[in-house]
Unconditional design. Structure first.
Length: 256
C-alpha cells in the first residue's frame, strides 16, 4: 500500500487535501472548502472519492460537501461527534480514540478543541501524517472561538507531542503573516529568522509553505513554545504559567 497526499489550494487562502490509497483505490477528501478543485484533481488522477473527513463545522471547511456528494453519492461523510448539529448529513460521527478506515489506511482521531468546541484532527501513524485543520498552523495556531485559551493550549500540546518527523497539513496558507508575528515575540530565535526569510521568498514565488513538520514547529512556532524562557522574556512574562503566556501570545496575534 502506498499513500498519496494531494494538497489543493482553495478559495482565497484555504487548503484542502486528498489522501489516496493505491492498494484499494480508496480516496478521502479532508475538509472541502470548495468542491471544484477536488473534482478536477479526482478526474486528473482517475481517483474515485470514497470518504469525506471533516475537522470542524466552519463554512470554509464544509461548504463544498454537497457538490462532492452530488458527484460521488456513495462517499461517506465523517466528522466530529460533538459538531453533528452544525454539520448536517454525517454518516459517521467520531471522537478521540476512534480509527477511521480509508481503504487500507488507519486514520486515528484526536479531539483538538479550541478553534471550535468539537474540532478534531486526523493522524495517519503509518506514514507520519497529521491533518490539523485550523488547530495548528505553520508558525501559528487558530483563533480561539468556542473554548477557553487553556483548552486550545492543551490541544496544541497534544499535537506537539507527536513524532518530530510528522508532516503537518493545515487548513490555511497563513504562514507569512504568522512568521512576521512570530519574530516579534521570539526575536532571538535564529532558526525562526531563517525560516521567516525562506517563507518570504516562497510566497513571492507563489509556492505553498505547507506541509510543515512537528519538529520545525516546536523549534520555531511561538504558540508551541510558551514554556520557553526566551519567549516568556520577550513578552515580559518570565516564569509565568505557560497557559498565561499562550493567552498573551494569542491575544497579541489577534491584534497584529
Amino acid at each position: 500500500m502506498t499513500i498519496h497526499v494531494h494538497q489543493l489550494p482553495c478559495l482565497a487562502d484555504n487548503y484542502g487535501v486528498l489522501v489516496h490509497d493505491s492498494g484499494t483505490g480508496a480516496t478521502a477528501a479532508i475538509d472541502v472548502p470548495d468542491a471544484a478543485p477536488y473534482l478536477a484533481a479526482l478526474e486528473a488522477n482517475h481517483w474515485k472519492l470514497s470518504d469525506i473527513l471533516l475537522t470542524h463545522h466552519h463554512a470554509d471547511h464544509v461548504q463544498g460537501v454537497p457538490a462532492l456528494k452530488a458527484r460521488f453519492p456513495d462517499a461517506r461523510v465523517v466528522g466530529p461527534k460533538k459538531e453533528r448539529a452544525p454539520i448536517p448529513g454525517l454518516d459517521l460521527e467520531i471522537a478521540e480514540g476512534d480509527i477511521v478506515k480509508v481503504g487500507g489506511i488507519d486514520v486515528s482521531v484526536f479531539d483538538t478543541p479550541g478553534h471550535t468546541a468539537g474540532h478534531i484532527a486526523y493522524y495517519i501513524e503509518s506514514d507520519d501524517l497529521l491533518f490539523a485543520g485550523d488547530t495548528l498552523f505553520a508558525l501559528g495556531c487558530g483563533r480561539v472561538f468556542e473554548t477557553s485559551m487553556a483548552v486550545m493550549y492543551h490541544s496544541l500540546m497534544k499535537l506537539a507531542a507527536l513524532p518530530g518527523e510528522t508532516q503537518v497539513y493545515c487548513g490555511h496558507e497563513y504562514t507569512l503573516s504568522n512568521a512576521r508575528f512570530a519574530l516579534t515575540v521570539d526575536p532571538d530565535n535564529n532558526l525562526l529568522a531563517e525560516r521567516a526569510a525562506e517563507v518570504e521568498e516562497m510566497r513571492k514565488q507563489g509556492k505553498p509553505t505547507l506541509p510543515t513538520t512537528i519538529a520545525l514547529e516546536t523549534a520555531t512556532n511561538p504558540f508551541l513554545r510558551a514554556e520557553d524562557p526566551d519567549v516568556q522574556k520577550a513578552v515580559g512574562m518570565e516564569g509565568a504559567d505557560p497557559v498565561a503566556v499562550f493567552t498573551e501570545l494569542r491575544e497579541r496575534k489577534n491584534k497584529f
